[in-house]
Each structure stands twice: as structure tokens, then as C-alpha cells.
Design a protein around this ligand. Structure first.
Ligand SMILES: Cc1ncc(C[n+]2csc(CCOP(=O)(O)OP(=O)(O)O)c2C)c(N)n1
Length: 313
């Protein structure tokens, strides 16, 4: 059972991530953000839940959509905002932009937008952890589209062969840009058959409840360390109303036929996690105050940084 304080912290972290991404999206056209932008809005619970079960020395990598991974692992807020704007005070000195998050001090060892590349990197990082005899794991976040790259399967195979402590987290928002699973996968495609067939443990769940994600990650980390066997945590997430990339909201896009506004709202991870806290006895006023304070603090912090941005051209 997770403590109320722990669950409130998870909610606050998700709210912080969403608030800063909404501010960045709003500012995108008004200012000179040259970076590509992939928002994690709607998917915050996967990053926050997973990272809440990790220690600093568990090394995490993300992909092209990684603001939430970076902040959830404890990455420096100011350096992230600077990086998105191309400012030299950013976490990659402003050279990388939104798709290149990095904060080694908290065990966030990078994000890479080359789809699938994160998988072999994750196995390599896991191997370095094994070689240094630490009781930690590597964790890589990979989208459902990127998890179709051959490199993903090779990396699981190698990790299983060499007993590498690595957790691959598939963040499955159902789409690869605008292609749904049914457009991309053979009819009988089976995640468990493929992944377990390669020698890894496989678990699939919805990521709406951040606490459930946290508990499952903790369990899988323990098993990886005990069995010295890689694992795949397959998280079903619901992307918010923003498009695949960029700062624009999509209005009833043809490719997201089942993701009606009502469905997206009902499955929103912040709403679901907030409602669960209240159902478990936390006073609604306390939860609302936490959310309001987090948004206010995030806005103040963001504006403070935003006003000092020097754009690198
Ligand atoms: C090797 C490679 N091919 C194509 C792209 C262009 N691209 C960027 S994101 C993306 C879709 C990724 O889908 P998924 O992995 O499911 O992640 P999501 O964007 O849904 O979070 C594509 C095709 C790329 N970055 N790298």
C-alpha cells in the first residue's frame, strides 16, 4: 500500500509536467522555438509511475517524446525549459532541443529521437550496470511504433542471453504518427509470444492509475534483479488531444476514430489518479489545492526562465 503522501507527490509531478508542456505549447508560435515538439500530455502517469519506483542509480533513457521521462526521473526543470528554447543554459547546452533531454546527476542518461535506437542503448547501459555489479537496472521508454523496429527484438534477445538487468517500457498510445496497430501489424501479432519467446518477462496494463504503474514497476524491478532476466512492461496510455507532434490540438482527427473527446477525458491519467485519491479518503479540497498550487508554482518558474531566454540561432 502506497502512502497518501507518496501518491500526492505522484499527482503533483504529473500536474507539473502537464502545466509546463501546456505553457511551452502556448508559447511555441509566439516565440522562436526551433525544436521539434512532442508533448506527453495524457501519458504522464507512465513516466511518473515507472520513475517513482526507481532509484537515482537506475539509469533511464527516453525517446523523441521525453519531457515527462526526464522530469519524472528528477531532471532539472530549468535546464529542460532552456533546452527546449535552444538556450545555452539547457541540459544539452541548447544544441539538442526538445528531443534531447539529459541529466546524468539523476540517472536520466539521455533521450534519442532515432526510433528504436533506445533499445540497444538500454541493453548496453544495463550491461554496464551488470559489469559494475550494482543492484540497479536500466529502463528504456519506447513507443509502440518504435517497438516494431528490429532493434527492439535484437536488444531483448541479447539482454536475455547475457542476463542484463533492463526494463523496456512500451508506451502504447496506439499510433505511430497516424498509423494504428491494425495498419502495421500482422493479424496474429502477439506481444507475449514474441517477448516471452525471446526470454523476457512480459506484463501489460493500462497506465491510467499512476499508483498501479508504480507498484508494478517496483515488482518488475525486484524480479529483474532476482532473476537477472530482462522484462517488458507494456503500458496502454491515452494521448491527450494534442497531435503527434507540434503544439496544436487535434479536432476529431480521422485516424483516432475511437478516441472521442469523451473517451480521452474519461481516461485522462491525472483525472483518474486524482479521483482515486479522493475515493481513498483524501479530502477533495486538499487534492484541488495541491493541483492549483503546483500549476501556480510551475507557471511562476516557467515565466521566470522564459523571460531570460536567449535564443541560439
Ligand atoms: C528511425 C526513425 N524513423 C522514423 C522517424 C520519424 N518518426 C518520429 S516519431 C514517429 C512515430 C513514433 O511512434 P511511436 O514509437 O509509437 O511513439 P509515439 O510518437 O506514438 O509516442 C516517427 C515515424 C524517426 N524519428 N526515426
Amino acid at each position: 500500500m502506497l502512502s497518501t503522501e507518496f501518491s500526492m507527490n505522484l499527482l503533483s509531478k504529473m500536474v507539473q509536467i502537464r502545466a509546463v508542456e501546456e505553457l511551452i505549447a502556448d508559447d511555441f508560435f509566439k516565440s522562436k522555438i526551433f525544436s521539434f515538439l512532442h508533448l506527453s500530455i495524457g501519458q504522464e502517469s507512465s513516466a511518473v509511475g515507472v520513475c517513482s519506483a526507481l532509484e537515482t542509480d537506475d539509469l533511464v533513457m527516453g525517446n523523441h517524446r521525453s519531457h515527462h521521462h526526464y522530469l519524472a526521473k528528477g531532471g532539472d526543470f530549468d535546464k529542460m525549459v532552456y533546452e527546449v528554447y535552444g538556450d545555452s543554459r539547457g541540459c544539452c547546452k541548447g544544441y539538442g532541443g526538445s528531443m534531447h533531454m539529459l541529466d546524468r546527476s539523476v540517472g536520466f542518461v539521455g533521450s534519442t529521437p532515432i526510433l528504436g535506437s533506445v533499445a540497444p542503448l538500454g541493453t548496453g547501459i544495463g550491461f554496464s550496470i551488470k559489469a559494475s555489479k550494482k543492484n540497479n537496472i536500466a529502463v528504456v521508454f519506447i513507443g509502440d511504433g518504435a517497438a516494431e523496429e528490429g532493434a527492439f527484438y535484437e536488444s531483448i534477445n541479447l539482454a536475455a542471453l547475457m542476463n542484463v538487468p533492463v526494463l523496456f517500457v512500451i508506451e502504447d498510445n496506439k499510433y505511430s504518427v497516424i498509423s494504428a496497430h491494425s495498419d502495421r501489424k500482422a493479424k496474429d501479432y502477439s506481444y507475449p509470444k514474441i517477448i516471452e519467446g525471446l526470454g523476457a518477462t512480459y506484463h501489460r496494463m493500462e497506465a491510467r492509475d499512476v499508483n498501479a504503474v508504480s507498484k508494478q514497476t517496483k515488482l518488475m524491478k525486484e524480479n529483474i534483479l532476482a532473476d537477472r532476466k530482462p522484462a517488458v512492461l507494456h503500458l496502454d496510455v491515452v494521448r491527450g488531444t494534442y497531435g503527434h507532434s507540434g503544439p496544436m490540438k487535434e479536432k476529431a482527427p480521422g485516424y483516432r476514430v475511437n478516441d472521442t473527446p469523451e473517451f480521452i477525458e474519461a481516461n485522462d491519467c491525472i483525472t483518474v489518479s486524482k479521483d482515486l485519491l479522493i475515493q481513498n479518503g483524501v479530502e477533495p479540497e486538499k487534492v484541488e489545492a495541491l493541483i492549483a498550487n503546483t500549476i501556480k508554482e510551475t507557471e511562476e518558474k516557467f515565466l521566470n526562465i522564459r523571460n531570460q531566454i536567449k535564443v541560439r540561432i
